[in-house]
Design a protein around this ligand. Sequence first.
Ligand SMILES: *Cc1c(COP(=O)(O)O)cnc(C)c1O
Length: 437
Amino acid sequence: MAFEQRIPRDTSANLFAEAQEYFPGGVNSPVRAFRSVSGPPLFIREGHGSHMTDEDGNRFLDFCCSWGPLIHGHDNPHIREKVIETVVKGTSFGTPNRLGNQLGKLILDNHRYVERIRFVSSGTEAVMSALRLARGVKGRNKIVKFDGCYHGHVDNLLVKAGSGLATLGTSSSAGVTESVARDTLVLPLGDRDLLERTLTEHAGEIACIIVEPIPANNGLLIQDKSWLECLRIKAWKHDVLLIFDEVISGFRVGFEGAAGLYNVQPDIITFGKVIGGGFPVGAYAASKEIMDYIAPVGPVYQAGTLSANPVAMAAGLAALELCLEPGFYEGLAERTAAMADRITGYAKEKGYPLHVPHVGSIFWLAFGNERIERADQIDPANMTYFKTIHHELLQTGVYLGPSGYEVGFVSSAHTDLDIQEAVAKICAAMDVAFSEG
Ligand SMILES: *Cc1c(COP(=O)(O)O)cnc(C)c1O
């Protein structure tokens, strides 16, 4: 169908046309290009609280929240003050600084699953470093990952399953060599027998298993606690390390992330997104014993010019302080559940094939009525519904990430009134999407 624009988008369209002259596809990260939804991407001018405003002056209730970092919404006053107070003293020294200590302490004091941490500048860098660390500790090359989990654009992880079941991976991006891809074994989530067979067949070759304990980059594929426990036990049994990639779930579903939620102890955890309070911060953390493999103590090299820079540390510190306030995560989860359940209820009442799985303050518009736990259970044909819903929501002032495979986030800046408004508008958008025959 053709999508009718009922809001002005000319300024964004013009800026996007200009951006084509500078950036491949007009963007600096691919999903931003709006290729799976209609119209030009919105150029956002500013954001405050739960709302942001584009260059045409349209105001949106934002559930993308910069893809996850903004757990306190836009322009949070506490974070803003800390950042301003810090930035006037200089932005980067390339030396240790007190704010790094403070953020490190705050995290380690309140997270039972890690003892030492290293700050880096993105989630991808955290994952890349964690993999090198695991290989360095074990002295082995291969890694096991799961179909449907995203771990940033690390070479070894831009890999899809080859033909056949427990095959070695094949590259899913030009520029990732087959020799690198072959070090990655890609398995479906939840297949315990195949995991056991793979770990047995490749005994002595595998350094680690990496998993998003709450896969949230390809829909929201909520896993059973028993599967995560199974990963823990099998990793111990076969003497490989278990990495939880908590770049999304860390400090999001609780201060201790998925490790705390499921009470499963991984060997290494990666962080990103929320940890930086809206600035580029990532981190990886583990026991002291494992982290002592990192330079300058140990043989695994890893460094960063802007790592733990004071402004980013100040933002992260301010953000995580707010997360530690009593009842913070409970309140967020309650509001998210209320929203998700009301949308699911409406869909059920109307007979629409949609439900809204949620955990903590993460939610996803899932098509169909069955619980979806694996990537291959998502029917790409349903994404036409998402396209209509996304378009309708833009017209009525609600912003979701521009792809049906992306999850949404509720922030502490979203009020009960915001949630009510979102439910009404999402239900109205479903009416349009599902009545088109
Ligand atoms: C976002 C994300 C990454 C990549 O982080 P960037 O900061 O975008 O490099 C890695 N792993 C997971 C689970 C993520 O959600």
